[in-house]
Design a binder for this molecule. Structure first.
Ligand code: COA
Length: 259
């Protein structure tokens, strides 16, 4: 389908989703968020896609936040609907059974930091800057930022970033565990592709179940240990498990079919 605000390309089985609004530092307007949701659905449903990379157009910004120009007309009811709709889409990124990597190529502020945090992994270029500056505008993060920042860097550090609106650079983000790697801007996509390609060689159902178990840790309605027991057991019923174990014993490479 055609996208207005994104460039979406299947590059060797990896969906490259590029937020393409460089004139506003790739700020997320409502339409862009909906389009991200559609692109992520393609990752779920297209059997030829093994994972996705999310990045921003240009060399300056990943995403500089929600589009502030849409804020002036925002009332309480609209804000709730906007936040809920964003949560659904960001949750779909987090729960995607295939790996989604954010290549943070510059500013990742507000909704941009939240978008990066919803991805399974983050790789940043040295010019990347992370922050949740919402309190400067009299608002707070609305796409999961108050929760995912705590999950990734802990309560005290999250509290500081959320309440001071300070930006941190890529090196500090790596120290805090907010990013997995720092790579030169021109190497971001290669590094992300390398990780996705490595994961794609593993049993796809085992990867999907791993995503479910990891996310269960943060879901108060679930007991992650119980989820692990169930997912471990359901792996035993897959053809891939039989293939993986047989291949090891027969000293050959496994041919996983995702069944
Ligand atoms: N929403 C809408 N437009 C935005 C934007 C946003 N979140 N962030 C940047 N832009 C626009 C600017 O208005 C500017 O547009 P203009 O050229 O028409 O004036 C353009 O993008 C370039 O931004 P500019 O501020 O000139 O770049 P800079 O290098 O001086 O500063 C930032 C970069 C990221 C520090 C600054 O743009 C900024 O603070 N943006 C807002 C970040 C934010 O608060 N995000 C959270 C929103 S909840």
């Amino acid at each position: 389908m055609p996208y207005t605000n994104l460039l979406v390309n299947n590059v060797d089985g990896i969906l490259h989703i590029v937020i393409n609004r460089p004139q506003s530092l790739n700020a997320l307007n409502r339409e862009t968020i909906q389009e991200i949701g559609k692109a992520i659905q393609e990752v779920y449903t297209n059997k030829d896609i093994k994972g996705a990379i999310l990045t921003g157009a240009g060399e300056k910004a990943f995403v500089a936040g929600a589009d502030i120009s849409e804020f002036t007309a925002l009332n309480q009811e609209d804000a709730k609907a906007l936040s809920k709709a964003g949560h659904v889409i960001f949750d779909s990124i987090e729960n995607c059974p295939k790996p989604i990597v954010a290549c943070v190529n510059g500013f990742a502020l507000g909704g941009g930091c939240e978008l990066a945090m919803a991805c399974h992994m983050r790789i940043a270029s040295p010019n990347a800057k992370f922050g949740q500056p919402e309190v400067n505008l009299g608002i707070i993060p609305g796409y999961g930022g108050t929760q995912r920042l705590i999950q990734l860097i802990g309560k005290g550090r999250a509290f500081e970033l959320l309440c001071t609106a300070d930006m941190i650079d890529a090196e500090r983000a790596e120290e805090l565990g907010l990013v997995n790697y720092v790579e030169m801007q021109g190497d971001l996509i290669n590094k992300a592709s390398e990780i996705i390609n490595k994961i794609s060689k593993k049993a796809p159902l085992a990867i999907a179940k791993t995503v479910a178990c990891v996310n269960a840790y943060f879901d108060n309605s679930k007991n992650g240990f119980e989820v692990e027991i169930d997912e471990f057991a359901s792996c035993a019923a897959t053809e891939d498990f039989k293939e993986g174990a047989s291949a090891f014993l027969e000293k050959r490479r496994a041919n996983f079919l995702g069944r």
